[in-house]
Design a protein around this ligand. Sequence first.
Ligand code: SF4
Length: 355
Amino acid sequence: MVLVAVEFDGRGVTQTALLRAASDIICAAADREGNPSLGYERYDDAPDRVGVPIKGFSVISKYEIPKDQAEKDAADAALPVDQVPAPVCDLSHYKDCYEEVAGEAMLYEPRSVDAVLVYDDTMVRGGEPWAHIGLQAIHEKLKDGGAIVVNSKKDPEFLLNFIQPTNKRYILATIDAEGMDKIFVVPLIGAMLRVAPGIVSYRSVIYAIKDRYKAEGLKKAEVVKEAYHKVKFIEVPPAKGPIQLKRRSKRFEEFPTWKEMPEGIVVYAPPVNTPNPHYKTDTFRTYRPVTDPAKCNKDGLCWLYCPDSARSPDPEKLFEIYVDYCKGCGVCAEVCPTKAIKMVYELDFKEARLW
Ligand code: SF4
């Protein structure tokens, strides 16, 4: 028996439904092969935290992964989508596989994953969704030899600058999924089939997609095929030697003990004008606010309205942001009467790299 898993990394509130959609498609494809599966989300925060990194998972138990799965998928992907043969539903190992996947159902997240699908390319920097948890690298759960597939207009080489080094080897792939389909998880899955074969087959995904999208099914299946052929990828070798990271996820023994945590459900309140030092929100950010000194009238509205106290109260510093705590919500830019604040794509900043 083999357990395989896919992780979906998106942003809270706006992409929650798309986490579910991707998980449903992968699990429906597994069903068509007769393999039991489990799909779930790990929602990390209250809904007001726009941009919070959230995760979803599909876990599949199968008897074995055919050694020639990549070749079979490539042959299917060469056919017109309406001529792809139907997958064979083999239920002969279902009971054993079911017991194995059922054993995973109580886990907070899978122990390891074969592929990570990233919905927003700024998330390759990693995510810090909770107080105390630290920064989780994008490949934290990835198996050695797994694949990261990113929805991005950028090349994999560019994104690699922002990913923490690791002793694992992996494939880093990009696809401009949003440019291909408004349900961008469809091309993301098509790209995954190419770089992480064996999780589910190309043909089972084509049939699952056709079934899910009914009248639009063939069109969406074409998108899967296009993404399969268009995906750009590189092989990332393991980093050599020990790796020192200035920010990383905390180990279990580093979490505060029950004696150190406040009583009951007491919520720590930072002093006025101070961000919460236990809770960095910079990985929520896709865009960063930048103030034009020539337009700033120093009225302080940006500081006043910032929901995370992520701005200094000092007009002489143009109410500069505390970069670890700005979540990129854009409220300051909205309320600025002189339009002095622009939201700039996070990966345009070299220091967006968190390691
Ligand atoms: S500084 Fe601006 S973008 Fe950043 S959290 Fe505050 S209001 Fe939102």
